[in-house]
Structure formats: C-alpha cells, structure tokens
Design a protein around this ligand. Sequence first.
Ligand SMILES: Nc1ncnc2c1ncn2[C@@H]1O[C@H](COP(=O)(O)OP(=O)(O)O)[C@@H](O)[C@H]1O
Ligand SMILES: [Mg+2]
Length: 277
Amino acid sequence: MKWRDIPFLRRNLEPSILVRTPETTERPAQIIALDAVGLQLTSRAGPVQILRDVAFSVSRGESVAIVGPSGSGKTSLLMILAGLERATTGSVSVAGHDFRTLSEDELAAVRGREIGIVFQSFHLVPTMTALENVALPLEFAGRADAFDIARNLLGEVGIGHRVDHFPAELSGGEQQRVALARALGGRPGLLLADEPTGNLDGKTGRQVIDLLFNMHRRHNATLVLITHDEALARRCSRVVRMEDGRIVSDKPEREDAAVVAASRPSADPASTRAVGA
Ligand SMILES: Nc1ncnc2c1ncn2[C@@H]1O[C@H](COP(=O)(O)OP(=O)(O)O)[C@@H](O)[C@H]1O
Ligand SMILES: [Mg+2]
C-alpha cells in the first residue's frame, strides 16, 4: 500500500501542501470560531442532519474536552475543524482562515501548517517505518532536515529505540506515540485528538495523554480532545458536551464534572470510521 492510498494521508500530504496560502500577519486570539454550523450528509436512507446550529469558539492556548454519547457528532465536529469535512451551513474560521473560501488544496496546506491530528486508530502507513511515517509530512512541507526532526520527535515521545520498526512491529501505545510525533512534526498551533486512548490500555493511555498535554503546554498549542474519560476531560480547561448534533453545555471543567460523569458510554465505534472519504 502506498501513502496515496490512505485517505487521511492523501488529504494531508498531497504535494499541494507546498502551495502557500497568504500568510496572515495578525494572530487572532480565537484560533477556532464556528457559528451556526450545520452538517448534512447523505446516506442510503436519504439526507441525515449530523450537526445543528453549532457555535464553538476556542482561544489560543486553551484545552477543550468534547464529550457526549456515541453518535452525538463529536467526530464530525472534529472533521470540520480539520477541514476534512465541509460544513453545509454556517461559518468556520480556524487559525485565521475562513474555511468556506478555501479550495481542497488550500485546506490541505492549512492543515499541514497549522493542525496536528491524532485518531483513535493511529492511521499510520503500514509499509513505512516509524521514522518514515513521521518524516513524510515534513518532507512534503519542504523540510530538508525532515529525518532529523522526525528522529528527535520520536525520541521526545519515548520511542527513539524503535525508529526503524514498522507499525505492525509496534504495540498500540508505541503506534500512538508515532502518530503523536507525526502530528507534532510541524509544531502545529492546534492539536485535534479523537479518543486517542480508545484503543490503549489504561497505563499506556495515560502515558500518551501525558505526552499530549506536555506538548500542549510546552508549545502553547491549543488542544481539542474528544474523550469518554471523565478524569481526562477534567484535565482540560473547558468541557463541551454534545447531544444529537448540538452543543448542549460548555463550561469550565470543574462545574461540568457531574455532566461528564454521566456521559461515559464505553465504546464508540463511529469514531473509527474512515475519514476524508
Ligand atoms: N458518512 C456518513 N453518512 C451518514 N451519516 C453519518 C456519516 N458519518 C457519521 N454519520 C452519523 O453521524 C452521527 C454522528 O457521528 P459521529 O460524528 O461519528 O459521532 P460521535 O463521534 O459523537 O460518535 C451518527 O449518527 C453517525 O451515524
Ligand atoms: Mg467519534
């Protein structure tokens, strides 16, 4: 399998990543500003309204947990933030870019520069080593030192001794560390994580989450984290709860602890759906 065959990577790593969109000089305090966002998708049974009237703003440097029952639209919201899905209605501004006005290539370029994404199911390229998985997007971004950066990042996430291993030769926790290193490669201002510990055991999951929060703090990256884990949601500065495609509460975490506790279904098969299809 080639990297081009994987929709997530194709969308992220297309050579068009080298097409520069105009640099914005001002850095708006809000890295995310969504207003009246709706998402309608068409299934065999007809149109389905996935998101309804979503207003969601995040300031630079914040950490926001998104919680809610399976099927409530959490992953769909993340896909819109990543520019992997287009809102049917409403406005979407991420890192100073109005996503409505950008082409697919321009969205991919913004994603490559500004956004790091970590999924529950890792999305590594199976035919590439850990080092190659991390270096590839950096190469496409034109970094001559892609492999050096990748080696350093893999060291930072604690798997410097596994750089030449293929994903199948790595444990789940190690694979997620590689995915995390890849997401962090371009030093993105925005980190999006969709149940990143969903496929990991408790201890391994906590290590991956510690790394994620370290990166969030060290690089002042904004973090939007989908989780079913109450304790994890409490580590974020804000908890947003979704139900039936809407945001039903949005609070600083401590006040929201009870709500989060009530929202813990165990598995979330919908979040493993293929993206970018
Ligand atoms: N491609 C699609 N076509 C139609 N419906 C979809 C599609 N993807 C997801 N859905 C539906 O959208 C709803 C929200 O899904 P999702 O965003 O994955 O929720 P969550 O991540 O909260 O579990 C679910 O009812 C799901 O079945
Ligand atoms: Mg999901």
